[in-house]
Write a protein that binds this ligand. Structure first.
Ligand code: CA
Length: 576
């Protein structure tokens, strides 16, 4: 179903007046365009290569935002999962992805469908011949380059579609067929390559990231994040170095360290940044005889963008025991710290600390807790390592620790506004009872985490957590000072986007799409959408600034749709 809700009679005529859709669409998206990041478009996942989720557009401000209304909405169709995609806009066309790895293109002025592509992913999990999926059939968005739209599919394929027609140009199987891997992340572009990782550490896999020539699909490089069986030889000196931090037959369980979300690119340094996930299985006891840092789990890695070689690493959770992935989104910025301009990389991984690193050297500049953190006291600035509480290394008796596996921050991106100097971080409080499963026996196609009800029995009451559980925190990364915090009732809120109009856009789990004053956090505007929001973007067409977000469950509670707002938009938001 496609629905066009024109904002006025004049707007009705716009599609007729617009230049004819042609094969030139997004053909202009080359490396220079991605680096220039024209503010009227949204060409890449976090908009610019540093992925700040910041737009220089400033037509919409506190002074006129009361006029912000719906321009159009378009039902993505088919759901049974949540929308997590950041759409892209190029040359008047919006490209996005839905659940089950569908890919679509709609007119960014009207919401009129141009094409929709369904890869027909086999459903029902491994026993039906489909992919094992830990966390729903989600997808976080496409990439654009030289006339093609790239998407990672749940069954491990990477597809390049013709941007004009939606027809596949090439398809590469990036993972073993029928294995335990899946892809939910948005591919990224760097130096003519399309780069993608994968998910699956809960099922017992070895993490890696692969770069493919964007034109041909030929593999350019592949970098593993954890070592394999030493008897088979190491792929690189980095893998040999890492192997010294593992014990036992870790390769039998895959090791983990999957790269399933955050990436960023510094074209000047030619460094491509990835974040790595948790260990497989979760319990280090079962993974590595209970010892070792297990490099490069839960780490930020700087790779040579042309070869994939690991240039530096920073491990956020040495010897991960808790599903503390460091795949959360990373932002590159140049900020003044103690009077010196630093080129930084910022990340708030699941483990509850907000990190600021020197992105050229990997040096830790600061790390402070932004949520309930009980697994560690703090991060030691001398060693860069967390100072763990003694009970963090749980046994079969178990212990409550915060954060839990959902993390203090998850897939929903934080953003950074260079004018306010603030990072807007959507976080949450949660915890889990961690206990070593004494009877752990991995079964293919099942969660193999080595944690579970232990025979030790008896579980103390959980400690109280702050209420409400969700929040949006505005943090100055130069000082680690929190300027303000907005509470959210739920904790599955959307990502954030901020603009030169001094606005911060995000949406709550319940689907309340809102705008705040980016300096003060004062609420300026809101619109009620169906629940389950992704991350907003903004773009400009015909001199008008649009703000757009995917939201909705795609069932009786409301459509899973693209919602696009503009000043004086007057389309009614449907009630369900
Ligand atoms: Ca995980």
């Amino acid at each position: 179903m496609s629905r066009v809700l024109p904002i006025s009679v004049a707007a009705l005529l716009l599609p007729l007046l617009a230049p004819p859709l042609s094969a030139q669409r997004s053909a202009g998206v080359d490396d220079a365009a991605l680096q220039a990041a024209d503010p009227t478009e949204w060409l890449a996942h976090g908009r610019d290569p540093g992925e700040a989720y910041y737009s220089p557009l400033d037509q919409i401000t506190a002074d006129n935002i009361d006029r912000l209304g719906l321009a159009w909405w378009w039902d993505i169709g088919g759901s049974q999962g949540r929308l997590e995609a950041t759409p892209l806009v190029s040359d008047g066309v919006l490209y996005g992805t839905g659940t089950w790895s569908t890919v679509f293109a709609v007119d960014a002025r009207t919401g009129e469908e141009i094409w929709r592509w369904d890869p027909a992913i086999v459903r029902g999990g491994r026993q039906n011949g489909g992919p094992s999926v830990c966390c729903g059939p989600v997808n976080r968005g496409p990439a654009l380059y030289n006339g093609k739209v790239y998407a990672g599919l749940l069954d491990g394929r990477l597809v390049a579609l013709d941007a004009e027609t939606g027809r596949p140009v090439w398809v590469e199987q990036t993972t073993p067929v029928g294995g335990e891997y899946s892809i939910t992340m948005a591919p990224r572009i760097a130096n003519g390559n399309v780069i993608v990782g994968n998910s699956g550490a809960e099922y017992g896999v070895r993490g890696y990231v692969t770069a493919y020539d964007a034109e041909t699909g030929n593999q350019a490089w592949r970098t593993y994040t954890v070592p394999g069986n030493p008897a088979l030889g190491f792929e690189s000196p980095a893998m040999e170095f890492a192997a010294a931090t593992w014990a036992g037959n870790w390769w039998d369980g895959g090791g983990g360290g999957t790269v399933w979300d955050g990436m960023a690119f510094d074209p000047d340094a030619n460094l491509f940044y990835i974040g790595t996930g948790n260990g497989a299985p979760w319990s280090r006891e079962h993974r590595s005889d209970g010892v070792g840092d297990n490099l490069y789990l839960a780490s930020i890695l700087a790779l040579d963008a042309d070869t994939g070689e690991i240039i530096w690493y920073y491990q956020t959770a040495p010897g991960d025991d808790w599903d503390y992935t460091a795949v959360q989104n990373m932002i590159l910025a140049d900020i003044v710290i103690d009077g010196v301009e630093r080129q930084v990389l910022m990340q708030a991984p699941k483990n509850g600390f907000f990190y600021v690193l020197d992105r050229i050297t990997g040096e830790l500049l600061s790390a402070e807790a932004f949520s309930t953190v009980t697994w560690a006291y703090e991060v030691d600035m001398e060693t860069g390592r967390p100072l763990e509480v003694p009970e963090a290394r749980y046994n079969t008796s178990g212990v409550w620790l915060s954060p839990g596996p959902r993390g203090a921050h998850n897939w929903n991106p934080m953003s950074y506004n260079p004018n306010t100097g603030l990072v807007y971080l959507p976080g949450q409080h949660n915890q889990r009872f961690y206990e070593v499963d004494p009877d752990f026996d991995p079964v293919p196609g099942r969660f193999n985490i080595g944690i579970g009800p232990s025979s030790a029995g008896g579980r103390p009451d959980p400690p109280e957590l702050p209420e409400p559980r969700g929040f949006l925190a505005a943090i100055d990364p130069a000082t680690q000072q929190e300027h303000w915090r907005i509470p959210h009732t739920g904790s599955r809120n959307g990502g954030t986007m901020t603009t030169a109009g001094n606005l911060l856009f995000s949406a709550t789990e319940e689907g309340v799409f809102y705008a705040l004053d980016a300096t003060t956090g004062a609420r300026l505007w809101e619109a009620e959408l169906p629940e389950g929001p992704a991350t907003p973007i903004t773009y400009e067409l015909d001199g008008r600034q649009y703000v757009t977000i995917l939201s909705g469950p795609g069932d009786a509670r409301g459509p899973g749709a693209v919602w696009s707002f503009v000043l004086d938009g007057n389309a009614p938001i449907p009630q369900f």
